[in-house]
Design a protein around this ligand. Structure first.
Ligand code: G3P
Length: 225
């Protein structure tokens, strides 16, 4: 199992037009250059169609945005853990708020991802969900209040308690699970607050992907790490 060194900035590229085609590789290279220059872990989650291209081109952690609960075999259009592993990616998000699963599916996806030696990063929209998915012992849980996703108010400002409560509740189930937080995270101050509240880093998207200067944004995000 390859590890994700923390604290980490995990950049979810989502499906923004900025990451269509060459855009994913261009942004991943920017993330790589800032990470190499600063020594801060920056991981990227490109769209599935660019996953292999990006994973083969950069020397920073690359994650899939999803892994479906399907083993290799006769199934069509699904994303298997085995496919993700074969691209060179080291892990996968599961149950992002914009790609939600029922708990039984989350459990199956985590199990299949672990079997293919992928790092599992399960997203949760509430403390209650975070506690319930802790039972599947993912490597990471990312708490993201859906109403703050894509907005300009960081979860660290709007709802710091959800971060503290998630860290304490998840650690009470399994101390080995690391907690990230996300939604509206845009600045180095937001990242510093997230870490102060017990997070092992942040999961973010629009602040970097839609930035006019992603490199400058990334340097601001890591300035207090
Ligand atoms: O996966 C991270 C994402 O949901 C947060 O989005 O745009 O608020 O950073 P954003």
């Amino acid at each position: 199992m390859t590890d994700l060194k923390t604290p980490a900035i995990v950049v979810n590229f989502k499906a923004y037009r900025e990451v269509d085609g060459e855009g994913s590789l261009k942004l991943a290279k920017i993330c790589e250059s800032v990470s190499k220059d600063s020594g801060v872990t920056i991981a990227v989650c490109p769209p599935m169609v660019e996953l292999g291209t990006v994973a083969r081109a950069v020397d920073i952690p690359v994650f899939s945005q999803n892994a479906d609960p399907h083993a290799p075999g006769s199934s069509t259009g699904w994303i298997t853990a085995s496919m993700i592993k074969s691209t060179g990616a080291i892990g996968t998000l599961i149950n992002h708020s914009e790609h939600r699963f029922e708990n039984n599916v989350i459990s199956e996806s985590v199990e299949l991802a672990k079997a293919d030696d992928l790092i599992t990063m399960v997203c949760a929209e509430s403390v209650k969900k975070a506690v319930s998915v802790s039972a599947y012992h993912p490597d990471f849980i990312a708490i993201e209040p859906p109403e703050l996703i894509g907005g300009d108010i960081s979860v660290t400002t709007a709802n710091p308690l959800i971060i503290e409560d998630t860290v304490n509740s998840v650690k009470s189930v399994n101390k080995k699970i690391s907690v990230l937080c996300g939604a509206g995270v845009k600045t180095g101050e937001d990242v510093a607050k997230a870490i102060e509240l017990g997070s092992s880093g942040v999961l973010l998207a629009s602040g970097v992907v839609k930035s006019k200067d992603p490199k400058a944004t990334l340097y601001d995000l890591i300035k207090h790490i």
